[in-house]
Design a protein around this ligand. Structure first.
Ligand code: ZN
Length: 177
């Protein structure tokens, strides 16, 4: 296993659309393992685009009471009309946390690492993780979902940040997706 480099804002790959996975082979399984190891202890979700691979998959681990897994070629096939707002962060936007409105519940159709179809229903925090990670696969970052004023503020804060010199982001692993 290996810890992969997490790409941060400014890296064009974060704005690229990932392509569907067609080879369910050892390389894919290894990538998923490495992504799980990279995410461990620092976040609760990680999309392949965040580690520089334009493939449609993400890993998640919503904590002790939660669930962990890998979803390949995920698609939201249903989302609740009901929404809720909660603070989100992102491993690719260190130190940045803002409230984001998301559907309270979603149903996701995907494949596992062997290519078998799976369907998952999620609500609350897990539903939030799924929506955040699927956005990554389409080149969308959570700051894009903020109200215009807040987005402006977030962009300014990110611009002012010097990623190389700033102190490590405050520990808030449970909110980084
Ligand atoms: Zn993220």
């Amino acid at each position: 296993m290996a810890i992969l480099t997490i790409r941060t804002l400014g890296d064009p790959i974060l704005r690229s659309k990932a392509t569907p996975v067609t080879a369910f082979d050892d390389d894919l399984a290894q990538l998923a393992l490495d992504m799980h190891e990279t995410m461990h202890d620092v976040g609760v979700g990680l999309a392949a685009t965040q580690v520089g691979r334009l493939l449609r998959l993400f890993v998640y681990d919503s904590g002790d009471e939660g669930e962990r897994g890998t979803l390949v070629n995920p698609q939201i096939v249903w989302a609740s009309e009901e929404t809720e707002e909660a603070e989100e962060g992102c491993l690719s936007l260190p130190g940045t946390y803002y409230p984001v409105t998301r559907a309270t519940a979603v149903k996701v159709r995907a494949q596992d690492l062997a290519g078998a179809p799976i369907e998952k229903e999620a609500e609350g925090f897990l539903a939030r993780i799924f929506q955040h990670e699927i956005d990554h696969l389409d080149g969308i970052l959570f700051i894009d979902r903020l109200a215009p004023e807040l987005r402006k503020e977030a962009m300014k804060a990110l611009r002012d940040q010097d990623f190389g010199m700033s102190p490590p982001p405050r520990t808030n692993a449970s909110k980084r997706l």
